[in-house]
Ligand binder design. Structure first.
Ligand SMILES: [Zn+2]
Length: 314
């Protein structure tokens, strides 16, 4: 069967001097380090005869996941969480294999590494530019895999039909960092679907270092968050109870995300997100970054639960 599919690539026309007048090319470190504003999304259409189902072949051990849009993805209700259908028919197993403990017991340690990693920092600034562009109406994300001394990356972008990003992973593919944006109109915090997706990545053994998987969110509201599981048993128990079916996830959204709203200011949502974490005993730690991702802070509730305490990671 002859068919065409549209996909998107992150491209850039940036030069090392910060100008955006180079020939368009696939994003490389020079784009991120010097000219994140020169990065844009480029739709490409590829057509061909389809012999076998596309399982995203090719790629060696260091190749990150295949982000083929529309392939049995875990849906991603990035809005108020009451939206998308979800089922067990995605290709990440919901029942978890044993997840190994990562080497980083203190999640701050990992984020301090990323504060000093010009590639990751540059990437995140690129995502910030995309998230802050009100004209972008789709979620944009990428997964990153440490690859020797460098990084491998696979971007993934929502489509006009389904603006929320979805992932399918090649067997054996692993990742270290997962980043996505919330475009204008989506929540300033992680959504219930984000929590579900994180658990699916963990339980699918897609994480390169077990519980050391960092999940980062950059929003149109200007917030920049990361979380990481710190108590796998607790997080797993929540996932088993609330993330297994559409109905469960919708009920979870109503029960625990009721006070988090796109109409709220960022501080209110942040406080409510932390209250939700505490109420559930969620087993994850939450962090926020400064404007250029050179400083991460761990966030905690104060005792009276009416304010957020920020602790510098370094
Ligand atoms: Zn999200």
């Amino acid at each position: 069967m002859y068919s065409c599919t549209q996909s998107y690539e992150l491209r850039c026309n940036g030069r090392g001097n910060g100008a955006c007048n180079a020939s368009p090319h696939l994003v490389g470190p020079e784009c991120y380090e010097f000219s994140p504003l020169c990065i844009y999304l480029s739709p490409t259409t590829s057509c061909g005869f389809e012999d076998v189902p596309d399982e995203g072949g090719g790629g060696g051990g260091s190749s990150p996941p295949n982000p083929g849009p529309g392939n049995c993805p875990p849906p991603h209700p990035g809005g108020n969480g009451s939206g998308n259908s979800n089922g067990n028919n995605n290709n990440l197993p919901v029942i978890n294999d044993p997840v190994v403990e990562g080497e980083t017991q203190n999640p701050c340690d990992k984020l301090v590494q990323y504060e000093q990693d010009s590639y990751i920092k540059g990437q995140l600034n690129g995502f910030k530019a995309i998230a802050e562009d009100d004209n972008v109406k789709v979620e944009v994300g990428a997964v990153f895999k440490k690859n020797g001394t460098g990084w491998g990356a696979v971007p993934v972008i929502g489509t006009p039909e389904n603006p929320h990003i979805t992932f399918s992973f090649q067997p054996g593919a692993t990742i270290d960092v997962f980043v996505h944006t919330h475009f204008k109109g989506l929540m300033s915090t992680f959504s219930p679907g984000d929590l579900q997706m994180y658990h699916q990545v963990l339980s699918g053994n897609v994480s390169a270092n077990g519980t050391d998987l960092i999940f980062i969110l950059v929003t149109n509201s200007g917030t920049k968050y990361a979380f990481k599981v710190t108590d796998l048993d607790k997080f797993d128990a929540i996932a088993q109870e609330h993330f297994q079916t559409t109905d469960d996830l919708n009920a979870f959204s109503i029960d625990y995300f009721d006070n988090i709203d796109i109409e709220n200011d960022n501080n209110t949502n942040e406080l409510e997100f932390l209250k939700m974490m505490k109420k559930l005993n969620l087993g994850i730690s939450l962090f926020s970054a400064n404007g250029d991702f050179s400083q991460w802070k761990e966030l905690a509730l104060n005792e009276a639960e009416d304010d957020v305490i920020e602790n510098d990671c370094n």
